[in-house]
Write a new protein. Sequence first.
Length: 255
Amino acid sequence: MFTWPRTLVRILALGSALALGPAALAADSYVDALLGSDASGNGTSASPWRTVTHAIGQIGDPPAGETHAIHLAPGTYSPTIGEVFPLALRPRVQLIGAGSADTLIDGEGAATGLVSMRSEQAGEGLSFERDTQVVGLTLSNARYGIHLYSDWLGVAPTLEELVVHGTEIGIFIQVDGNQGAGSSDALLRDVQSMDNGIGLSAPVLGQGSTTCTAIDSLFSQNSDYGIRADGVVGSSRIVLKRARVDSNGIDGIHA
């Protein structure tokens, strides 16, 4: 069985540093696409579940002030093994892969996003901060790699050490402020969004606002745009730090 590397400690520590301070971890959960079982596993490192879908359904919401990490062993997580997309993260849940070179979430042509976070006025009104994280994964073969949506409270996760390819939109940040609310403030660090239709799209409607900060990231070889933020009515701000946008089909940055 896969042995969980000590480097995960470094990744989690870095994620905490990007938040407003360290948070106490509840007991973590483990999934293994090759050796895990949703039927007989219990989500521990010794007896992991097989799918992320099952893990999310089992853990519930972490208590206030705590986070819960779901660790993915190397392998491919897809509908073939039982994944159902989108994987709808809850606040303060962290999806931690074993590195983008070894951990693949494959939508197998899914017509949705692979990982989603939603704050909806008509729903639960969830709020996502920096301690909601997606780290160390490759996401491929779906409509969106990651889909962030807000028409109510803030959606401000940390996305780190990700490769996104083979999607219509690699990272889709959608804010609908027509109800007078809606905001997003995503932090991207070491994200490569390549070989998609659009690498990063961040439209805003109504009175909503988006800030997206991309550090040490790459938006390249997308068939349409590297970054697209047009059609904006509200406020949209894209901050690039040591980021590269090149070799895209229509335009690098379209705003």
